[in-house]
Design a protein around this ligand. Structure first.
Ligand SMILES: [Cu+2]
Length: 496
């Protein structure tokens, strides 16, 4: 065991803190998925491990009384179902009917899908839940264990030297006889030789341990290095997000595939308390550069989050920030993607203000206005038309609604849909993969017709399964399309 210097420990814990703050889907590693497994409505929460290999916890809620058994099975992207371990039973949770808990060994870093199979009198169904296994942390020794190991190690080293001393010294002399001077000297020489050998072993062990720890830290998930530049020409502002990371540039990540017809879903949110947000869809102009025209946004500093999906089903968020000079000319509007939307307006502050009027649609915060961190549940919003009845919601990017959650310090960012945290493209990739549809190199291309674009629904509520990962002040943006227009509402909430 290495006796780490305090600087080393500090460095390691800094690396840990950073990694946790910047993990995939920034700072919010749990996976939420609500959907159907055959005839059964299922809510799944997966808590990926902080270290890989490691154990993910999975909680499955199926309130249907016809359900008799639930199994869970992790499928690694590269291995497919044929190379996956067999399914394990999720155990019924005592005192919570309809809840089943299980554990999943995730052996390698990368893209997984968890197959949740539900059995019951109405038949059998499976829900595929994409999970990205990334090492986000390094487990630290507790101080008690550290000192115990140091004490045991010292005892062991001292014991070995004493044993050598005895072996060449008094143990060679029959009991009762005096120990000669020469033998005493030989014992001392033996111990003197054993001491540097032990020191070298301890030193070598420490070097080996540090090398292993360094190798592991290299596998820790970090966001890709990016460079964001804004250019103005002829009254049109263009944002270029270049992925400068060596891993990306040298082709060590799999290519991107579109999610709902867009290669990236990019969010800009003003950093100060002003309510400005844009949801844009840049184009990939070369393998590492995303480009989009900017809508007329006010000057200021913005956080930038760009969601992308790899062909392996791995979801990634690129993180950056940009400063916009005052104010961007509206000339670029005609060049925007028809699905681009931006918002500038008041933010409702909870718990005082729940309801927001967006044109002819009233959207209200329907969940706990004083939510707590860590409790799996849902962000719920009620919808009312001017007549006081339900609202005809058109699909926006294939979904009934989108929610974006950002903690004020930028350390948490997540993009949610009524189905949960996973990108549709990611799930479809896994389903196709299991049909044997991918080519030998694991590459997959989703055609335009592959993705369901959703249908109009009459809704009185929108619900997004989620749990806030930590306490703090959050801003929650909700978007839905009604009568051809994207409606945006926003709330600020303190999470305890
Ligand atoms: Cu969305």
């Amino acid at each position: 065991m290495s006796l780490r210097s305090s600087a080393g420990v500090l460095r390691a814990s800094l690396a840990l803190a950073m990694a946790v703050a910047l993990a995939a889907h920034v700072g919010s590693p749990d996976v939420f998925r609500s959907g159907k497994a055959g005839p059964y409505a299922v809510d799944v929460v997966v808590r990926p491990p902080q270290v890989v290999p490691g154990i993910a916890e999975i909680l499955v809620r199926v309130p249907d009384p016809r359900v008799t058994r639930v199994t869970v099975r992790p499928v690694y992207w590269r291995a497919g179902t044929r190379g996956a371990p067999s399914a394990d039973d999720a155990k019924p949770v005592q005192g919570a009917s309809g809840s089943f808990a299980g554990r999943l060994w995730l052996m390698a870093g990368g893209s997984y899908s968890v197959h949740v199979a539900v059995f019951g009198s109405a038949g059998t169904g499976t829900l595929v839940v994409p999970v990205g296994a990334v090492a986000t942390g390094q487990l630290q020794l507790s101080p008690g264990l550290r000192w115990l190991l140091i004490a045991l190690g010292t005892l062991l080293v001292a014991g070995v030297i004493t044993a050598v001393h005895a072996a060449v010294g008094e143990s060679q002399v029959p009991p009762g006889e005096p120990i000669s001077r020469a033998r005493r000297r030989r014992a001392r020489v033996g111990a003197a030789i054993a001491t540097p050998i032990m020191a070298m072993l301890v030193f070598g062990g420490a070097r080996w341990w540090d090398a292993e720890a360094t190798a592991y830290r290299r596998t820790l998930y970090r966001p890709m290095r990016t460079e964001a530049v804004v250019r103005d020409s002829a009254g049109v502002s263009t944002l270029m997000l270049r992925i400068a990371d060596t891993n990306w540039r040298e082709g060590r990540v799999s290519p991107l595939m579109p999610d709902h017809g867009k290669i990236s879903h990019l969010f800009l949110a003003r950093i100060d308390s002003v309510g400005v947000m844009a949801h844009l869809h840049p184009a990939l102009v070369d393998f590492a550069t995303l480009v989009t025209t900017l809508p007329p946004l006010p000057a200021g500093r913005y956080r930038l989050y760009a969601d992308v999906v790899h062909e392996t089903g791995f979801q990634r968020t690129l993180v950056d920030s940009i400063a916009l000079a005052a104010p961007i000319a509206p000339a670029g509007v005609s060049r925007l993607d028809p699905d681009d939307a931006w918002f500038e307006g008041p933010i409702a502050v909870l718990p005082a203000t729940r309801g927001v009027q967006v044109g002819d649609v009233a959207i209200s915060w329907a969940g706990d206005p004083r939510p707590g961190a860590g409790k799996p549940g849902a962000l719920r919003f009620s919808l009312r038309s001017v007549m006081g009845d339900s609202v005809r919601v058109e699909p926006y990017l294939g979904m009934a609604g989108h929610a974006v959650v950002i903690r004020q310090d930028g350390g948490v960012y997540i993009h949610l849909h009524p189905g949960g945290t996973s990108a549709m493209a990611s799930e479809i990739a896994f389903t196709l993969r299991d049909r044997g549809d991918t080519t030998a190199d694991g590459r997959l291309r989703l055609g335009d017709g592959t993705m369901p674009m959703g249908a109009e629904q009459v809704l009185s509520e929108l619900s997004f399964p989620y749990a806030f990962p930590s306490a703090g002040r959050y801003r929650i943006w909700v978007q839905l399309r009604v009568r051809g227009r994207v409606r945006t509402a926003a709330w600020d909430v303190d999470v305890k």
